[in-house]
Write a protein that binds this ligand. Structure first.
Ligand SMILES: [Zn+2]
Length: 129
């Protein structure tokens, strides 16, 4: 992936607690970077989502955005060492279930592509995302 020479750009206003800027457009609530992608590339194709090449979820610089499938996006995140934040609740539940059966946390971690520390945290219900 080539690095864009453009610096990252923040969306307008204040980011929500989850890091996304939100904007109302056509009566819908949009994460601002999705709106930017919508303007820059057109409507998001089915099954695709907006991905950041820069790893800043708040970034709204169109050259850092692209449409990609969720699995590619997850792949990116894994590559960038960010599996951490992307765990969905169902996934965390699955990990928690496996951990409670007494399976080795390293093995679970490997299966789910997360760190053993994270499995341990999820197991102790300290965190799921
Ligand atoms: Zn950026």
């Amino acid at each position: 992936m080539s690095k864009s020479p453009m610096p990252c750009k923040k969306g307008p206003g204040v980011a929500r607690s989850d890091g996304y800027h939100v904007q109302y457009h056509l009566g819908k609530r949009w994460a601002y970077h999705r709106l930017v992608a919508h303007w820059a590339f057109g409507p998001c194709p089915d099954g695709m989502e907006v991905c950041h090449s820069c790893d800043n979820r708040w970034c709204c610089e169109p050259t850092h955005l692209r449409y990609d499938t969720r699995s590619n996006n997850l792949h990116d995140i894994k590559k960038n060492g960010r599996v951490y934040r992307k765990l969905s609740q169902p996934l965390a539940d699955a990990i928690r279930r496996e951990a409670s059966t007494g399976r080795r946390q390293q093995d679970i971690a490997k299966d789910y592509g997360v760190s053993q520390t994270q499995v341990s945290l999820i197991h102790r219900k300290a965190q799921w995302v």
